[in-house]
Design a protein around this ligand. Structure first.
Ligand code: ADP
Length: 467
């Protein structure tokens, strides 16, 4: 394989452990091929130095970053990416802000990325574009003459065709996907939505399994569920910082069973619904009062987008009312923290929990579910309560799968989780660990790149119709 070029909205330094599993997996291939990683620096500046590319050497890997102007940041990042694509792709048409000005900024930044990246490319490079911020990037690169193999992976869900069709310009977006050689999704459900959309809206033909023809072009598409680096996470779990956290939690909660929720504070995570289910549990099963505590960590996220402050207030009000109604002098049912937990300590918290509540309303994959499993003691593991609407539910069939909109059903599953006998916990955990190991983040990376290598090259040079 030629040199790998990764393009994503943000760039992580793969040498730093805080970068997480994805960066670690990509770093393996980037290091091996002496690759490039290109993206936004995270800096918003005056338009004047917008054209510069900052180059930083991280071992054999080059990190290339560009700054954004305030106007581009507002329209591309806050506006179109997080005000239109994020909510709609998570089925939340009600939260989308279809301001007509955003799409121009989205396109402008994709063009800027293409123009800035182009001079760094070599003929046999393999380009891998990540996520919803950069859907039209390949089309913009092709318009500039780029003929290299380009793959795209969507980390978030793809909604059903009629939801996707509500986006003004949806046809433009999907057409842009046909400039790639391979498009990867998190789950079979997402792939089916893609097939449904292109076949009904774009009259695409399924040429063979996993290959569609439309707009005079063909594209390969497949499901490549992302995993975690199980070995890295196990090592993190056994390291002193996580052990210390685990022991502190054990001591603090020795008389109670601990339930844990760890999320970004995002409306897709179903946090208010989770609190309602927990309230339902305490109401219907008084024996769980005093014996169970829910620790909910919600890390601050995208606070400059309006819908995020609404969810923050809703969650605070619910936690307050549960504690007000059920709390005792020596027991608070919910411990809610609006902060990030250091990655090194997180496995200790997971391991101390008897139950993890991972109940998004919609999620591309959900890595917290996988991290929770990897951090457990196989001899005495905790139980995963998982939303059927998380991509991870396609793989983790031995979790207690719930519908997060159904607070009674979710409360019943939480009760089952709290009471599950050791033998059953072990069996379920072992089965899920096998799946996690088989489909870890290295498998994800290798299988996507292998499929991209095989995706039949087709002339996608400058003749590719301009968007
Ligand atoms: P998303 O990408 O939508 O945030 P995922 O569950 O797929 O959801 O990935 C979240 C990642 O961020 C995981 O690696 C998880 O450990 C980390 N994370 C999420 N919430 C927190 C938090 N409150 N504190 C620390 N890390 C968090």
């Amino acid at each position: 394989m030629g040199r790998l070029v990764v393009v994503s909205n943000r760039v992580a330094d793969p040498r730093k452990t805080a970068a997480g599993g994805l960066a670690v997996a990509l770093a393996d291939v980037l290091n091996a091929t002496g690759g490039l990683w290109f993206g936004w620096s995270g800096k918003v500046v005056d338009a004047t130095d917008e054209d510069e590319v900052h180059v930083q050497q991280a071992g054999p890997v080059k990190l290339l970053t560009v700054n954004l102007s305030q106007a581009d940041h507002d329209a591309f990042y806050l506006g179109y990416s997080n005000g239109v694509l994020w909510p709609v792709f998570h089925y939340r048409l009600d939260l989308a802000d279809f301001d007509a000005g955003y799409i121009g900024g989205y396109r402008r930044v994709n063009q800027l990325f293409a123009r800035r990246l182009l001079p760094f490319l070599q003929p046999d490079d393999v380009i891998w574009v990540q996520d919803y911020h950069l859907i039209p990037l390949a089309a913009e690169l092709r318009a500039l003459g780029c003929r290299q193999r380009i793959g795209f992976f969507l980390h978030i869900p793809l909604p059903p065709p009629l939801i996707l069709a509500a986006i003004p310009g949806h046809d433009w977006l999907v057409r842009a996907l046909f400039a790639y050689d391979l498009v990867g999704f998190q789950s079979k459900a997402d792939l089916n939505h893609f097939a449904g959309y292109v076949e009904t809206e774009a009259h695409a033909q399924r040429v063979e399994d996993g290959r569609w023809r439309a707009f005079g072009r063909t594209v390969h598409a497949g499901a490549f569920p992302i995993g975690i680096d199980v070995e890295e996470f196990t090592a993190l779990t056994n390291a002193p910082e996580a052990m210390e956290m685990y022991e502190r939690m054990q001591k603090e909660y020795s008389r109670r069973k601990l339930l844990v929720g760890v999320d970004r504070l995002d409306y897709s995570k179903g946090l208010p619904q989770r609190m309602r289910a927990f309230r339902e549990l305490l109401t219907r099963h008084p024996e769980t009062r005093r014996s169970a505590t829910l620790i909910q960590i919600a890390s601050p996220s995208r606070e400059d987008v309006g819908a995020y402050t609404d969810i923050l207030h809703e969650l605070e009000a619910l936690c307050g009312s549960i504690n007000g109604n059920f709390g005792e002098l020596d027991w608070m049912p919910v411990r809610y923290m609006h902060r990030t937990v250091a990655r090194a300590r997180l496995p200790g918290l997971y391991r101390a929990a008897r139950v993890a509540l991972v109940t998004p309303l919609r999620d591309g994959m959900n890595l917290v579910a996988k991290e929770f499993l990897a951090a457990q003691d196989p001899a005495d593991p905790g139980v995963l309560v998982l939303s059927r609407f998380a991509g991870a539910a396609e793989q983790l069939r031995e979790a207690l799968l719930v519908n997060p909109y159904d607070s009674e059903g979710t409360a019943a599953a939480i009760l089952l989780a709290l009471q599950m006998p050791l033998e059953e916990r072990r069996t379920r955990h072992a089965a899920m660990m096998e799946s996690l190991r088989r489909h870890d983040v290295h498998w994800w990376c290798d299988s996507f790149l292998a499929a991209l290598g095989e995706a039949r090259a087709e002339e996608k040079g400058p003749s590719w119709l301009r968007l």
